[in-house]
Write a protein that binds this ligand. Structure first.
Ligand code: ATP
Ligand code: MG
Length: 450
């Protein structure tokens, strides 16, 4: 047997024992460079013993493993090991992309129980791949490992890629929104292929507050922040750029991509009857929104721009509050009220005090939540109907039939729309009452159409 054939037999044995693997992992196992590992893997492919997936970087597996999977169920022990190995790869990729995360956060992102993720993390720690900061409980890849993986796995792509801005690591897929002070793009990371939302805002103090708040607010109902960096605008054409300003600097905010659209889309689809309103679904969504707002308020912040455009859905339907462009502290550092600029926000949803007073607190966020809950329940067919109904609604007057049909909800909404902030309930009280009165889980089970 030639030396090459011997190595290839060993690689086959390795794949048989451990399941599918990247070339880099195989190279490390046999202490050869990645180029040599690839040479052997392609030899195995030519002799129809191994194949590689289209993923980037490719993952190699034995043809016989494929057949085995299709024809007979795998023995329990082996399938567990394979799942663990592939699970570790997902964890590794997530840690590489994010720089560092808590186990609970990883579990949430990968949709796995924290217990399983912890097991994978400790196994990675044993192999020297990952480490945990004992103070912050944040897991990250061992520098040696991550540098090596990054440099070897993506060597050619990185060599081709001379970055003048971090934004160049992303390919722009589409523009998701061009709002008041920023522009949001759907982008794809050129190295790992994952999709993100990237918000480009003017580099100002306001942008600084937005990223600081997002970074602080780690919660299942708040859009997940990844990182941010300053840089030039790279996706606007030169001509457009010249029209605005030559060398303007922006802050780019990388966030999870909420593929399911906004609450505005959700409401629109129900108003034009493309979709049905289901009471259990409405209560569940509103419960998630109030849970997110409760967390913002518990962190001593105010959102100040709650509206359906700023409430997003992930592909799996999870509700996420976004757009922290107007976020503000509840009080100053000594706990005193802050003097604020008037009329900052979106007028139709703005509380009366946010429109005309210099001092206001977190109760300002409760007013728009009353309007949002109403809009989720009540069909508004035309723009004209909306124009007529809106000023009345803001003055606690509901259209005919609303209070009869939704007596419990209308009592809550009425309080939330109180002119005086002191008469409005706190987010945590609304959440508690929702649990008592509506039991979102039970509602969802009943799936009653309204
Ligand atoms: P505005 O001033 O109109 O509120 P803005 O400039 O402050 O807008 P955002 O509200 O953060 O920016 O985003 C504008 C739009 O981009 C959103 O309404 C939504 O359609 C889309 N968007 C924002 N963040 C995400 C995300 N993480 N995933 C998917 N879409 C998003
Ligand atoms: Mg917005």
């Amino acid at each position: 047997m030639s030396a090459d054939t011997e190595v290839e037999r060993k690689i086959s044995d390795f794949l048989r024992r451990n399941g599918k693997s990247k070339a880099l992992v195989i190279a490390k196992e046999f202490r050869i460079d990645k180029h040599t590992a690839n040479k052997h893997l392609y030899n195995l492919e030519r002799s129809n013993k191994a194949f590689k997936t289209d993923e980037q970087p490719p993952i190699w597996d034995l043809v016989e493993n494929m057949n085995e999977l299709k024809l007979t169920p795998e023995p329990k022990q082996k399938s567990q090991t394979t799942t663990e190995t592939s699970g570790e790869k997902d964890v590794e990729e997530l840690l590489m992309r994010s720089g560092g995360l808590k186990a609970s956060h990883i579990a949430r992102d990968l949709g796995q129980p924290t217990q399983i993720i912890n097991k994978q993390l400790y196994s990675m720690e044993k192999k020297g791949k990952a480490k945990k900061c004992s103070q912050s409980q944040v897991w990250s890849l061992n520098e040696e490992w991550s540098d090596e993986s990054l440099s070897q796995e993506s060597d050619s792509r990185l060599q081709d890629c001379k970055l003048s801005s971090h934004s160049e690591l992303f390919e722009m897929i589409t523009e998701l929104g061009d709002g008041g002070y920023g522009c949001v793009y759907e982008v794809k990371h050129k190295l790992d292929g994952k999709t993100f939302a990237l918000k480009k805002v003017d580099l100002t103090g306001k942008a600084d507050s937005e990223v600081k708040a997002l970074a602080q607010l780690e919660h299942p109902n708040i859009v997940r922040y990844i990182t941010s960096w300053p840089g030039p605008d790279i996706w606007t054409s030169n001509q457009q750029r010249n029209q605005v300003s030559n060398n303007r600097k922006y802050l780019f905010i990388q966030m999870e991509f909420c593929e399911g659209g906004t609450l505005t889309d959700w409401i629109r689809a129900r108003n034009d009857l493309r979709k049905q309103r289901i009471i259990g679904e409405i209560h569940k969504i509103f419960y998630d929104i109030i849970t997110g707002v409760e967390f913002i308020h518990a962190n001593k912040l105010i959102h100040r721009d709650l509206k359906p455009d700023n409430i997003l859905f992930r592909a799996d339907g999870k509700v996420k509050i976004g757009d922290f462009g107007l976020v503000a502290a509840q009080t100053d550092q000594s706990g005193n009220p802050i003097e604020r600029s008037k009329r900052r926000g979106t007028p139709p949803y703005m509380s009366p005090e946010q429109e005309n007073k210099k001092n206001y607190d977190e109760k300002t966020d409760i007013f728009p939540l009353g309007l949002i809950w109403f809009e989720m329940l009540w069909k508004i067919s035309t723009g004209m109907e909306r124009v007529k109904l809106w000023p009345d609604l803001r003055n606690q007057s509901f259209p005919e039939g609303f209070s009869d049909r939704y007596s419990a909800e209308s009592t809550f909404i009425m309080k939330m729309l109180s002119y005086s902030p002191e008469d409005r309930p706190y987010a945590k009280d609304i959440k508690g009452d929702l649990q008592t009165f509506f039991s979102p889980e039970q509602d969802l089970l009943s799936q009653k159409t309204i």
